[in-house]
Design a protein around this ligand. Structure first.
Ligand code: SAH
Length: 250
């Protein structure tokens, strides 16, 4: 596949792609196209879409994650609902020094993730088949990560309950969002506070070749998450934490 759009877009983000990174993205793109024929991993299958909407959009996370001059190398990151590996795998490709955990609830996607991690020769990557609500209550994962990230998984109040329990106090959360981001953040205010988070920044992202508005929502984890969160599987979606008392209804 051609990687011209990715190269141009990354340059605009001030992300340098070395030959070994490009080789990894080429293999990743080919495997995605090949597996997608049988498994329907993603709705975006054309070369341009994969370069811009998957690879470049994932890479834009580094602008939010390294905004304080802090590097991702050595950090432990969990990508919740990673699907076919976004944004986690592109970040790991350009920042190989980080440790990455990919969490995904759908088994066929987990199969693809295990395959592609091996095919790319990525080290320090764990693939977990499970749900955020369960993993967030496991001692070996709860409040263990420096970063929890997610793209296109759930609305902000729900996502906060998936992500904040996994992050250590002092760590951070990043959610990739579309134009609904400001409204979603407002709706999630109570949930974020309740879960030990604090709004840090809402950063608008402009990607070369993409007309629509993208946002990075960044949260700080400032206090421990109360033990009752995350609630059992399905509950965060069924009764999102939107205002005090809501979660007690029904
Ligand atoms: N992040 C990827 C995939 C988005 S689709 C991307 O941006 O391309 C959302 C994915 O999240 C699906 O693969 C779904 O199986 C997974 N998912 C949804 N709820 C989840 C949960 N509670 N725990 C773990 N994975 C979840």
């Amino acid at each position: 596949m051609s990687l011209e759009l990715l190269i141009a877009g990354a340059k605009a983000l001030a992300v340098t792609l070395k030959p070994e990174h490009l080789e990894a993205f080429r293999i990743y793109g080919e495997e995605l196209a090949a597996w997608n024929k049988d498994f329907n991993l993603t709705a975006i299958t054309d070369d341009d879409g994969i370069q811009i909407r998957h690879f470049l959009d994932s890479l834009s996370c580094v602008l939010g994650m390294e905004d304080t001059g802090e590097r991702l190398g050595g950090k432990h990151i969990i990508d919740v609902g990673t699907g076919a590996g976004f944004p986690g795998i592109p970040l790991k490709i350009i920042r190989p020094g980080m440790r990455l955990t990919l969490l995904e609830a759908t088994e066929k996607k987990v199969g693809y993730l295990r395959h592609v991690v091996k095919r790319l020769g990525l080290e320090g990557v764990a693939v977990i088949h499970g749900r955020a609500e369960e993993v967030g209550q496991m001692a070996q994962h709860r409040e263990r990560y420096d970063w929890a990230v997610a793209r296109a998984v759930a609305e902000m109040p729900i996502l906060a309950e998936y992500l904040l329990p996994l992050v250590r106090v002092g760590g951070r959360v990043l959610a990739q969002k579309g134009e609904s981001a400001p409204a979603e953040v407002q709706r999630a205010e109570w949930a974020i506070t309740q879960l030990g988070g604090q709004m840090r920044r809402l950063a608008q992202m402009d990607l070369v070749g993409l007309a629509e508005t993208r946002y990075l929502v960044l949260l700080d984890k400032v206090a421990a998450t109360p033990p009752q969160y995350p609630r059992r599987p399905g509950m965060p979606t069924k009764r999102p934490l939107t205002a005090k008392g809501d979660q007690d209804k029904g």
